[in-house]
Design a binder for this molecule. Structure first.
Ligand SMILES: [Zn+2]
Length: 440
Protein backbone atom coordinates (compact mmCIF):
# COMPACT_ATOMS: atom_id res chain seq x y z
CA UNK A 1 0.00 0.00 0.00
CA UNK A 2 1.26 3.40 -0.87
CA UNK A 3 2.18 5.54 2.09
CA UNK A 4 0.86 9.05 2.20
CA UNK A 5 1.43 12.15 4.20
CA UNK A 6 -1.75 13.96 5.08
CA UNK A 7 -1.93 17.68 5.22
CA UNK A 8 -4.71 19.60 6.85
CA UNK A 9 -5.09 22.70 4.73
CA UNK A 10 -8.75 23.44 4.55
CA UNK A 11 -9.63 23.91 8.17
CA UNK A 12 -6.29 25.19 9.32
CA UNK A 13 -6.73 27.54 12.22
CA UNK A 14 -10.39 26.75 12.49
CA UNK A 15 -11.93 26.41 15.90
CA UNK A 16 -14.65 24.21 14.51
CA UNK A 17 -12.92 21.19 15.78
CA UNK A 18 -11.45 21.19 19.19
CA UNK A 19 -9.90 17.78 19.11
CA UNK A 20 -6.69 17.43 20.98
CA UNK A 21 -3.91 17.76 18.55
CA UNK A 22 -2.59 14.33 17.80
CA UNK A 23 -0.73 15.31 14.69
CA UNK A 24 0.58 12.24 13.10
CA UNK A 25 1.56 11.50 9.58
CA UNK A 26 0.23 8.33 8.13
CA UNK A 27 3.64 6.75 7.74
CA UNK A 28 4.51 7.28 11.37
CA UNK A 29 1.10 6.24 12.64
CA UNK A 30 1.03 2.94 10.95
CA UNK A 31 4.42 1.83 12.11
CA UNK A 32 4.86 3.24 15.55
CA UNK A 33 2.09 5.58 16.57
CA UNK A 34 3.00 8.46 18.80
CA UNK A 35 2.86 9.30 22.42
CA UNK A 36 0.79 12.41 21.81
CA UNK A 37 -2.23 12.54 24.00
CA UNK A 38 -0.94 10.48 26.86
CA UNK A 39 -0.69 13.58 28.96
CA UNK A 40 -4.45 13.85 29.20
CA UNK A 41 -4.61 10.54 30.97
CA UNK A 42 -3.64 10.11 34.53
CA UNK A 43 -0.46 8.16 34.98
CA UNK A 44 -0.54 5.92 37.97
CA UNK A 45 1.98 3.84 39.80
CA UNK A 46 2.17 0.33 38.40
CA UNK A 47 2.47 -1.06 41.90
CA UNK A 48 -1.06 0.01 42.82
CA UNK A 49 -3.90 -2.44 42.53
CA UNK A 50 -7.29 -1.46 41.26
CA UNK A 51 -10.72 -2.85 41.53
CA UNK A 52 -13.55 -0.85 40.05
CA UNK A 53 -14.97 1.07 42.99
CA UNK A 54 -18.51 0.50 41.97
CA UNK A 55 -17.99 -3.23 41.58
CA UNK A 56 -17.38 -3.48 45.29
CA UNK A 57 -20.78 -2.10 46.13
CA UNK A 58 -22.91 -2.85 43.15
CA UNK A 59 -26.16 -4.66 42.95
CA UNK A 60 -26.53 -6.09 39.50
CA UNK A 61 -28.97 -3.59 38.13
CA UNK A 62 -31.38 -4.58 35.47
CA UNK A 63 -33.72 -1.82 34.37
CA UNK A 64 -34.76 1.57 35.59
CA UNK A 65 -38.31 1.53 36.87
CA UNK A 66 -39.65 4.53 35.02
CA UNK A 67 -38.48 3.45 31.59
CA UNK A 68 -41.15 3.01 28.95
CA UNK A 69 -41.05 -0.49 27.46
CA UNK A 70 -39.67 -0.40 23.96
CA UNK A 71 -41.99 -1.61 21.20
CA UNK A 72 -40.06 -4.07 19.04
CA UNK A 73 -39.76 -3.18 15.35
CA UNK A 74 -40.64 -6.67 14.20
CA UNK A 75 -41.42 -9.96 15.85
CA UNK A 76 -39.16 -11.65 13.33
CA UNK A 77 -36.23 -10.30 15.26
CA UNK A 78 -36.86 -12.61 18.16
CA UNK A 79 -36.66 -15.87 16.28
CA UNK A 80 -33.14 -15.27 15.14
CA UNK A 81 -29.62 -15.66 16.36
CA UNK A 82 -28.15 -12.62 14.62
CA UNK A 83 -29.49 -9.16 13.94
CA UNK A 84 -27.32 -6.84 11.90
CA UNK A 85 -27.43 -3.38 10.35
CA UNK A 86 -25.60 -2.25 7.25
CA UNK A 87 -24.43 1.36 7.00
CA UNK A 88 -21.67 1.47 4.35
CA UNK A 89 -21.28 5.29 4.12
CA UNK A 90 -20.68 5.12 0.38
CA UNK A 91 -20.18 8.88 0.06
CA UNK A 92 -17.59 9.00 2.84
CA UNK A 93 -14.62 7.85 0.83
CA UNK A 94 -11.17 8.78 -0.29
CA UNK A 95 -9.53 6.85 -3.10
CA UNK A 96 -6.75 4.51 -1.98
CA UNK A 97 -7.42 5.30 1.68
CA UNK A 98 -7.59 2.14 3.82
CA UNK A 99 -10.80 3.32 5.56
CA UNK A 100 -12.68 3.32 2.27
CA UNK A 101 -16.20 2.71 0.99
CA UNK A 102 -15.38 -0.82 -0.15
CA UNK A 103 -15.11 -2.18 3.38
CA UNK A 104 -18.76 -2.80 4.32
CA UNK A 105 -19.86 -3.97 0.85
CA UNK A 106 -17.03 -6.50 0.83
CA UNK A 107 -18.30 -7.89 4.13
CA UNK A 108 -21.87 -7.99 2.86
CA UNK A 109 -20.84 -9.76 -0.30
CA UNK A 110 -18.81 -12.35 1.68
CA UNK A 111 -21.83 -12.98 3.90
CA UNK A 112 -23.90 -13.49 0.79
CA UNK A 113 -21.35 -15.77 -0.87
CA UNK A 114 -21.09 -17.86 2.28
CA UNK A 115 -24.87 -18.07 2.66
CA UNK A 116 -24.94 -16.10 5.92
CA UNK A 117 -27.77 -13.72 5.04
CA UNK A 118 -31.57 -13.83 5.54
CA UNK A 119 -31.95 -14.94 1.92
CA UNK A 120 -30.37 -18.28 2.85
CA UNK A 121 -31.17 -18.49 6.55
CA UNK A 122 -34.71 -17.21 6.85
CA UNK A 123 -35.50 -15.83 10.27
CA UNK A 124 -32.26 -17.10 11.80
CA UNK A 125 -30.51 -13.96 10.59
CA UNK A 126 -32.25 -10.61 10.51
CA UNK A 127 -31.12 -7.60 8.48
CA UNK A 128 -32.52 -4.57 10.32
CA UNK A 129 -33.28 -1.90 7.76
CA UNK A 130 -34.92 1.52 7.79
CA UNK A 131 -33.40 2.44 11.11
CA UNK A 132 -33.24 6.08 12.05
CA UNK A 133 -30.06 8.14 12.13
CA UNK A 134 -28.90 9.15 15.59
CA UNK A 135 -30.12 12.53 16.79
CA UNK A 136 -27.84 15.38 17.77
CA UNK A 137 -28.86 14.72 21.39
CA UNK A 138 -27.77 11.10 21.07
CA UNK A 139 -24.37 12.19 19.80
CA UNK A 140 -24.15 14.95 22.41
CA UNK A 141 -24.33 12.33 25.17
CA UNK A 142 -20.68 11.68 24.30
CA UNK A 143 -19.44 14.57 22.16
CA UNK A 144 -19.34 18.34 22.63
CA UNK A 145 -22.28 20.05 20.92
CA UNK A 146 -19.85 22.56 19.40
CA UNK A 147 -18.09 19.72 17.64
CA UNK A 148 -21.33 18.25 16.27
CA UNK A 149 -22.51 21.65 15.03
CA UNK A 150 -19.06 22.40 13.63
CA UNK A 151 -18.98 19.19 11.64
CA UNK A 152 -22.41 19.89 10.17
CA UNK A 153 -21.25 23.36 9.17
CA UNK A 154 -18.06 21.98 7.64
CA UNK A 155 -20.18 20.05 5.15
CA UNK A 156 -20.59 23.28 3.15
CA UNK A 157 -16.86 23.49 2.78
CA UNK A 158 -16.65 19.79 1.94
CA UNK A 159 -19.29 20.33 -0.76
CA UNK A 160 -17.21 23.08 -2.32
CA UNK A 161 -13.95 21.19 -2.15
CA UNK A 162 -15.12 17.58 -2.43
CA UNK A 163 -12.88 16.37 0.35
CA UNK A 164 -11.36 18.06 3.38
CA UNK A 165 -9.02 17.02 6.15
CA UNK A 166 -9.93 17.83 9.67
CA UNK A 167 -7.32 19.78 11.55
CA UNK A 168 -5.73 17.89 14.42
CA UNK A 169 -7.76 14.77 13.84
CA UNK A 170 -4.79 12.52 13.35
CA UNK A 171 -5.84 12.15 10.37
CA UNK A 172 -9.51 12.05 9.42
CA UNK A 173 -11.00 13.08 6.10
CA UNK A 174 -14.52 14.36 5.49
CA UNK A 175 -16.65 14.51 2.36
CA UNK A 176 -20.02 16.24 1.78
CA UNK A 177 -21.87 13.20 3.19
CA UNK A 178 -19.69 12.58 6.24
CA UNK A 179 -21.98 14.25 8.77
CA UNK A 180 -25.10 12.39 7.65
CA UNK A 181 -23.24 9.10 7.16
CA UNK A 182 -21.87 9.37 10.69
CA UNK A 183 -25.33 9.98 12.15
CA UNK A 184 -26.57 6.90 10.27
CA UNK A 185 -23.68 4.76 11.60
CA UNK A 186 -24.41 5.78 15.18
CA UNK A 187 -28.15 5.30 14.56
CA UNK A 188 -27.54 1.72 13.42
CA UNK A 189 -25.88 0.94 16.73
CA UNK A 190 -28.71 2.54 18.67
CA UNK A 191 -31.33 0.56 16.74
CA UNK A 192 -29.51 -2.67 17.52
CA UNK A 193 -29.55 -1.75 21.21
CA UNK A 194 -33.33 -1.27 20.94
CA UNK A 195 -33.86 -4.62 19.23
CA UNK A 196 -31.53 -6.70 21.38
CA UNK A 197 -32.92 -5.22 24.59
CA UNK A 198 -36.50 -5.69 23.40
CA UNK A 199 -35.80 -9.34 22.56
CA UNK A 200 -34.22 -9.96 25.96
CA UNK A 201 -37.23 -8.43 27.69
CA UNK A 202 -39.65 -10.95 26.29
CA UNK A 203 -37.64 -13.72 27.86
CA UNK A 204 -35.99 -15.36 24.91
CA UNK A 205 -32.33 -15.57 24.08
CA UNK A 206 -31.82 -12.34 22.19
CA UNK A 207 -29.96 -12.36 18.90
CA UNK A 208 -26.40 -11.09 18.89
CA UNK A 209 -26.21 -7.69 17.22
CA UNK A 210 -23.64 -6.66 14.65
CA UNK A 211 -23.38 -3.08 13.37
CA UNK A 212 -21.64 -3.25 9.98
CA UNK A 213 -21.00 0.45 9.96
CA UNK A 214 -18.55 3.16 9.07
CA UNK A 215 -17.01 5.61 9.67
CA UNK A 216 -15.64 3.74 12.67
CA UNK A 217 -15.80 5.36 16.09
CA UNK A 218 -13.44 4.28 18.84
CA UNK A 219 -10.75 6.93 18.28
CA UNK A 220 -13.20 9.87 18.15
CA UNK A 221 -12.69 11.88 21.32
CA UNK A 222 -15.45 13.82 23.08
CA UNK A 223 -14.27 17.09 21.49
CA UNK A 224 -13.66 15.90 17.95
CA UNK A 225 -12.85 13.30 15.32
CA UNK A 226 -9.63 11.33 15.27
CA UNK A 227 -7.94 8.46 13.46
CA UNK A 228 -10.57 7.90 10.71
CA UNK A 229 -13.33 8.04 13.37
CA UNK A 230 -16.05 10.68 13.44
CA UNK A 231 -18.56 9.85 16.20
CA UNK A 232 -17.95 7.30 18.94
CA UNK A 233 -20.61 4.85 17.79
CA UNK A 234 -20.10 2.42 20.66
CA UNK A 235 -19.90 5.16 23.30
CA UNK A 236 -23.12 6.71 21.99
CA UNK A 237 -24.81 3.29 22.13
CA UNK A 238 -23.57 2.73 25.68
CA UNK A 239 -25.04 6.02 26.87
CA UNK A 240 -28.27 5.28 24.98
CA UNK A 241 -28.58 1.84 26.63
CA UNK A 242 -28.25 3.52 30.01
CA UNK A 243 -30.48 6.51 29.31
CA UNK A 244 -33.31 4.93 27.33
CA UNK A 245 -33.32 1.35 28.55
CA UNK A 246 -32.07 1.81 32.10
CA UNK A 247 -29.20 -0.64 31.64
CA UNK A 248 -26.87 0.71 34.26
CA UNK A 249 -23.68 -1.23 33.80
CA UNK A 250 -22.07 -1.47 30.37
CA UNK A 251 -19.01 -3.63 29.66
CA UNK A 252 -17.09 -2.64 26.54
CA UNK A 253 -14.51 -4.98 25.01
CA UNK A 254 -12.28 -3.41 22.35
CA UNK A 255 -10.12 -5.92 20.47
CA UNK A 256 -9.17 -3.61 17.60
CA UNK A 257 -5.38 -3.58 17.13
CA UNK A 258 -5.34 0.11 18.09
CA UNK A 259 -6.22 1.57 21.46
CA UNK A 260 -9.82 2.84 21.60
CA UNK A 261 -8.72 6.14 23.09
CA UNK A 262 -12.01 7.90 22.36
CA UNK A 263 -14.06 5.34 24.26
CA UNK A 264 -11.39 5.32 26.96
CA UNK A 265 -11.68 9.09 27.38
CA UNK A 266 -15.49 9.15 27.30
CA UNK A 267 -15.75 6.86 30.33
CA UNK A 268 -12.44 7.39 32.12
CA UNK A 269 -14.05 8.61 35.33
CA UNK A 270 -17.25 6.55 35.04
CA UNK A 271 -17.57 3.51 37.34
CA UNK A 272 -20.60 2.17 35.46
CA UNK A 273 -18.96 1.70 32.07
CA UNK A 274 -16.05 -0.73 32.12
CA UNK A 275 -13.73 -0.23 29.17
CA UNK A 276 -11.36 -3.11 28.39
CA UNK A 277 -8.99 -2.68 25.47
CA UNK A 278 -6.36 -5.01 24.06
CA UNK A 279 -4.13 -3.44 21.45
CA UNK A 280 -0.67 -3.66 19.95
CA UNK A 281 1.91 -1.99 22.15
CA UNK A 282 3.28 1.16 20.52
CA UNK A 283 0.66 1.38 17.78
CA UNK A 284 -1.45 4.44 16.97
CA UNK A 285 -2.30 6.60 18.85
CA UNK A 286 0.17 5.69 21.59
CA UNK A 287 -2.34 5.81 24.44
CA UNK A 288 -3.66 2.85 26.43
CA UNK A 289 -0.66 2.15 28.63
CA UNK A 290 -1.07 -0.68 31.10
CA UNK A 291 -1.22 1.69 34.10
CA UNK A 292 -4.03 3.81 32.63
CA UNK A 293 -6.86 2.40 34.73
CA UNK A 294 -9.42 5.20 35.01
CA UNK A 295 -9.65 8.07 37.47
CA UNK A 296 -11.81 9.37 40.31
CA UNK A 297 -14.86 7.14 40.73
CA UNK A 298 -13.91 5.36 37.53
CA UNK A 299 -10.55 4.23 38.89
CA UNK A 300 -10.26 0.53 38.12
CA UNK A 301 -13.06 0.55 35.53
CA UNK A 302 -10.65 0.96 32.62
CA UNK A 303 -8.31 -1.87 31.67
CA UNK A 304 -5.68 -1.34 29.02
CA UNK A 305 -3.60 -4.30 27.91
CA UNK A 306 -0.94 -3.52 25.31
CA UNK A 307 0.27 -6.72 23.65
CA UNK A 308 3.71 -7.05 22.07
CA UNK A 309 3.95 -7.09 18.28
CA UNK A 310 3.62 -10.64 16.97
CA UNK A 311 1.03 -11.66 19.58
CA UNK A 312 -1.51 -13.97 18.03
CA UNK A 313 -4.07 -16.63 18.65
CA UNK A 314 -2.39 -18.20 21.68
CA UNK A 315 -1.98 -14.80 23.36
CA UNK A 316 -5.58 -13.78 22.78
CA UNK A 317 -7.02 -17.08 24.04
CA UNK A 318 -5.02 -16.67 27.25
CA UNK A 319 -6.10 -13.03 27.58
CA UNK A 320 -9.71 -14.03 27.15
CA UNK A 321 -9.60 -16.73 29.84
CA UNK A 322 -7.37 -14.96 32.33
CA UNK A 323 -8.30 -11.30 31.92
CA UNK A 324 -11.56 -10.70 30.06
CA UNK A 325 -13.66 -13.38 31.77
CA UNK A 326 -12.75 -12.61 35.40
CA UNK A 327 -13.02 -8.89 34.74
CA UNK A 328 -16.51 -9.18 33.27
CA UNK A 329 -17.62 -11.59 36.00
CA UNK A 330 -16.57 -9.15 38.67
CA UNK A 331 -18.17 -6.16 36.95
CA UNK A 332 -21.57 -7.85 36.46
CA UNK A 333 -22.66 -6.01 33.32
CA UNK A 334 -26.21 -5.44 32.09
CA UNK A 335 -25.02 -5.45 28.46
CA UNK A 336 -21.76 -6.17 26.61
CA UNK A 337 -20.73 -4.00 23.67
CA UNK A 338 -17.77 -4.89 21.49
CA UNK A 339 -15.49 -2.66 19.43
CA UNK A 340 -14.75 -5.29 16.83
CA UNK A 341 -11.69 -4.27 14.86
CA UNK A 342 -10.21 -6.80 12.46
CA UNK A 343 -6.91 -5.02 11.93
CA UNK A 344 -5.15 -7.38 14.37
CA UNK A 345 -5.33 -10.01 11.62
CA UNK A 346 -1.93 -11.22 10.45
CA UNK A 347 -2.75 -10.06 6.91
CA UNK A 348 -3.83 -6.56 7.88
CA UNK A 349 -1.57 -3.83 6.46
CA UNK A 350 -1.76 -1.42 9.40
CA UNK A 351 -0.28 -3.43 12.25
CA UNK A 352 1.70 -6.50 13.20
CA UNK A 353 -0.31 -8.78 15.43
CA UNK A 354 -0.95 -12.34 14.25
CA UNK A 355 -4.64 -12.90 14.87
CA UNK A 356 -6.32 -15.28 12.44
CA UNK A 357 -9.86 -16.02 11.37
CA UNK A 358 -9.82 -18.65 14.13
CA UNK A 359 -8.97 -15.97 16.71
CA UNK A 360 -11.97 -13.89 15.68
CA UNK A 361 -14.24 -16.96 15.73
CA UNK A 362 -13.03 -17.72 19.25
CA UNK A 363 -13.65 -14.15 20.38
CA UNK A 364 -17.15 -14.07 18.88
CA UNK A 365 -18.15 -17.44 20.35
CA UNK A 366 -16.71 -16.71 23.78
CA UNK A 367 -18.06 -13.18 24.07
CA UNK A 368 -21.51 -14.40 23.06
CA UNK A 369 -21.30 -17.06 25.79
CA UNK A 370 -20.06 -14.50 28.31
CA UNK A 371 -23.06 -12.30 27.57
CA UNK A 372 -25.35 -15.30 27.98
CA UNK A 373 -23.79 -16.11 31.34
CA UNK A 374 -23.70 -12.57 32.70
CA UNK A 375 -26.33 -10.34 31.11
CA UNK A 376 -29.14 -12.29 29.48
CA UNK A 377 -27.25 -12.57 26.18
CA UNK A 378 -27.42 -8.84 25.48
CA UNK A 379 -24.41 -8.28 23.22
CA UNK A 380 -23.70 -6.07 20.21
CA UNK A 381 -20.60 -5.91 18.01
CA UNK A 382 -19.59 -2.65 16.31
CA UNK A 383 -17.26 -2.70 13.31
CA UNK A 384 -14.13 -0.63 13.89
CA UNK A 385 -10.91 -1.28 11.90
CA UNK A 386 -9.91 -3.99 9.45
CA UNK A 387 -8.28 -2.94 6.20
CA UNK A 388 -7.42 -6.11 4.30
CA UNK A 389 -10.76 -6.68 2.63
CA UNK A 390 -10.36 -10.47 2.45
CA UNK A 391 -9.30 -11.08 6.03
CA UNK A 392 -11.87 -8.53 7.23
CA UNK A 393 -14.73 -10.20 5.36
CA UNK A 394 -13.71 -13.75 6.26
CA UNK A 395 -13.31 -12.87 9.91
CA UNK A 396 -16.72 -11.18 10.15
CA UNK A 397 -18.29 -14.15 8.34
CA UNK A 398 -16.69 -16.58 10.77
CA UNK A 399 -17.93 -14.43 13.67
CA UNK A 400 -21.44 -14.87 12.22
CA UNK A 401 -20.86 -18.67 12.25
CA UNK A 402 -19.91 -18.43 15.91
CA UNK A 403 -23.13 -16.54 16.68
CA UNK A 404 -25.06 -19.27 14.83
CA UNK A 405 -23.32 -22.00 16.89
CA UNK A 406 -21.92 -23.43 13.67
CA UNK A 407 -18.37 -24.72 13.14
CA UNK A 408 -15.65 -22.33 12.06
CA UNK A 409 -14.29 -22.42 8.52
CA UNK A 410 -10.99 -20.96 9.73
CA UNK A 411 -9.00 -24.07 8.86
CA UNK A 412 -9.95 -23.49 5.22
CA UNK A 413 -9.35 -19.73 5.34
CA UNK A 414 -6.17 -19.40 7.41
CA UNK A 415 -2.67 -20.14 6.18
CA UNK A 416 -0.49 -21.30 9.08
CA UNK A 417 2.62 -21.08 6.89
CA UNK A 418 2.67 -17.28 7.21
CA UNK A 419 2.67 -17.32 11.01
CA UNK A 420 5.80 -17.07 13.11
CA UNK A 421 6.44 -17.80 16.76
CA UNK A 422 4.54 -15.59 19.20
CA UNK A 423 6.54 -13.65 21.81
CA UNK A 424 5.19 -15.88 24.57
CA UNK A 425 7.35 -14.75 27.46
CA UNK A 426 6.57 -11.06 26.82
CA UNK A 427 2.87 -11.88 26.55
CA UNK A 428 3.03 -13.81 29.80
CA UNK A 429 4.69 -10.87 31.53
CA UNK A 430 2.05 -8.46 30.27
CA UNK A 431 -0.75 -10.75 31.46
CA UNK A 432 0.84 -11.20 34.87
CA UNK A 433 1.23 -7.47 35.22
CA UNK A 434 -2.35 -6.66 34.26
CA UNK A 435 -3.64 -9.33 36.63
CA UNK A 436 -1.59 -7.80 39.42
CA UNK A 437 -2.68 -4.22 38.68
CA UNK A 438 -6.37 -5.15 38.51
CA UNK A 439 -6.29 -7.86 41.19
CA UNK A 440 -7.55 -10.53 38.82
ZN1 LIG B 1 -7.72 -0.07 14.37
Amino acid sequence: MELQTFSCPSLSGSLLFQAQCHICIWKKCQLYGSDAGIGCLQKLSSSKKYISKSSLFSISCSYGEDVEPFVPPSTQVFDGKIIYCVAPAMGHNKDSHPECHLRVPSIVSALDNMELTPKFRGSEIFDLQNFKPATVDDIASVHAKAYVAGLEKAMDQASEQGLIFIEGSGPTYATPTTYQDSLVAAGAGISLVDSVVAASRIGKDPPTGFALIRPPGHHAVPKGPMGFCVFGNIAVAARYAQRIHGLKRVFIIDFDVHHGNGTNDAFYDDPDVFFLSTHQDGSYPGTGKIDQVGKLNGEGATLNLPLPGGSGDIAMRTVFDEVIVPCAQRFKPDIILVSAGYDGHVLDPLASLQFTTATYYMLAANIKQLAKDLCGGRCIFFLEGGYNLDSLSNSVADSFRAFLDEPSLASKLDNPAILYEEPSSKVKQAIQRIKHIHSL
